[in-house]
Design a protein around this ligand. Sequence first.
Ligand code: EPZ
Length: 427
Amino acid sequence: MDSIWIKGGQRLEGKIPISGAKNAALTLLPCALLTDEKLTLGNLPRLADVDSFGHLLNQLGVSTMIEGVKKGEIGRRMTLQAAEIASTIAPYDMVRKMRASILVLGPMLARAGEATVSLPGGCAIGDRPIDLHLQALEALGADIEHAAGYVKASAPKGRLAGGDFSFPVVSVGATENALMAAVLAKGRSQLFNAAREPEIVDLCNLLVAMGGQIEGIGSGHLIIDGVEGLHGTAYEVMPDRIEAGSYACAAGITGGSIDLIGARPDDMLAITNALAHAGLIVEFHDKGIKVSADGKLKPLALSTAPFPGFPTDMQAQFMAMLSLAEGESFLEETIFENRYMHVPELRRMGANIEVRGRSALVHGVEGLTGAAVMATDLRASMSLVLAGLAADAETEVLRVYHLDRGYERLEEKLSAVGATIERRTSG
Ligand code: EPZ
C-alpha cells in the first residue's frame, strides 16, 4: 500500500503543467463505441481511472493502442477502434471499481441496440444513484429492466427513437449518457436542465467532430438530431480544471506562487473568483493562470453548485486552504450528501472545523501540525496533501491509490515547485 510522505512548511514557487481532464477523458473514451472507425484521443492523463476504462472497453471489443508521450507533450495519445461490439455487458467487478464505467451504457445502447451494466453502488461521498441516467434513456425510447444488480437497456426495433427529457436535478453523468445515446437515435432529442460543465462541452465538441448534430452546446438546453452513423476523428482532451484549482490552493496554503501551465480561464471562473476573494493574486496569461499568495488568506462563504457555480470537486481543497485563513469561513456542500470525509483528518492536523449536515464552519487557525492521515476519496485525499504541504513537521497520507485516480504524477509536479514530498511503498 503506497503512501505519500510530506515535510511541510515550504513556500511553493514555479510552474506546474496541467494534464488532460480526468472527467473529460472518462466520457470521451466511451465515444469509441459509437463508430467502427478509429478514434484517437490526445492529451490523455496518465491516471488509474483512464487505464481501467481502457480495460473495460477492451472487454467490450474495443481495441486500444497507446502511443508514448511525445517530446514537448505531457499527455498520452490513445487510438481506439470498436470494429464490432464483442460484448454489451459491463460487469460488476469493473463498475464497482470505477463508477464512470456506467458511461458505456448510452453509447453501447446507441451502437448495439442493447446494453447491460452493473449498478455502480454508492461510494464514500454518497449513494450515487443512476435513476436519472435511466429516466433519460427511457425518454429517448429505451426499455429498461432491472435484474440481480444489473440494468439492461434495449432499444425496441434496435434503434432509439429519440425524445425530450427534463432533468429534475442537474447530473453530469446522466447528461453524458443521454447525449451519447441521442446522437445515433432516429429522430430529434431535447435535453432540458442539462449539465453545462466544460467536460460536457468537450463531449459535445467530440461528438460533432465525429459527425453528430448538436445545438445549444454549453447551455442547459441541448438539441440533438440523430444521424445514421458517426465517423472516427482525432481529438485533444481539455485541460483539467480541478487539477489546476487544486494546485492553485497549494500556492494559497503555502504562501507561494504557482503558474498553472495549460489551465483554461473560462473553465475556472468560479474557482479563480473564489481564490481572488481569499486574497490571492490571479493572473491570466496566454499559457495559463498564475496564482500567488499576497499576505494572509481571507475567509470565504462558499456554496457548491453545478457549473458555472463553484464546483463540488473543489470543496475539500478550499476547506484545507481556508483552515489557515484569518477568520471564519462558511462552506455548503449542495451536490453530495457525504462529502466531508476529509474533516476528521484535517482536525487531527489541528484544523478547527464544525460540520452540521451539509454545512461546515471553518475557524481559521495559526498553523497545522503534520500527522499520519487516511485518504477516503479522491478530492479529500488532495485536501490532506495540501494541509501537509503547509503543516509543520511531517505528514503521511495513507491509501494514496485514491489520489492516483485523479492526480497524474502528483509528487513529481509538487517537488518541481519546491515541495519535500515522496511516495513510499510499504508491504
Ligand atoms: C461527475 O460525477 C464527476 N465524475 C464527479 O467528479 C463530480 O463531482 C460530479 O460529476 C458533479 O460535478 C465524473 O465526471 C467521472 P452527477 P456524476 O450525476 O456524474 C445525483 C471527482 O472527484 N444523481 O452530476 O456521478 C448525485 O447523487 C468526481 O472527479 C442522482 O440523484 O455526478 C449527486 O447528488 C467525484 N441520480 C448529483 O445528482 C442520478 O441518476 C450530481 O451527480 C445521477 C446523479
